[in-house]
Design a binder for this molecule. Structure first.
Ligand SMILES: [Zn+2]
Length: 82
């Protein structure tokens, strides 16, 4: 039953792609699509992609911020709700 292992591996890296995309702020729908099409290659691509969550900029010190942050970790500037 070799195909079960191929299927299990596919599910494994689709889930891994999904989690990486979710953590880095990318579309999870595309992550599942690319995981199915590209398998391990898609996983590697998502692993090396820079996080999109650091796209926000602190109005006080101008550093890149994770959108999930309520306060700037560098200068302590309080952010308003996103
Ligand atoms: Zn700041």
């Amino acid at each position: 039953m070799g195909w079960i292992w191929i299927l299990a591996l596919n599910v494994l890296w689709v889930v891994a792609c999904y989690n990486l995309a979710k953590n880095k702020g990318y579309s999870t729908g595309w992550a599942i699509f690319w995981g199915l099409i590209g398998g391990l290659i898609a996983l590697i691509v998502y692993a090396v992609l820079p996080s999109r969550r650091t796209m926000g900029i602190c109005p006080s010190c101008g550093r890149g911020l994770d959108n999930a942050f309520v306060a700037c970790p560098y200068c302590g500037h309080q952010r308003t709700a996103v």
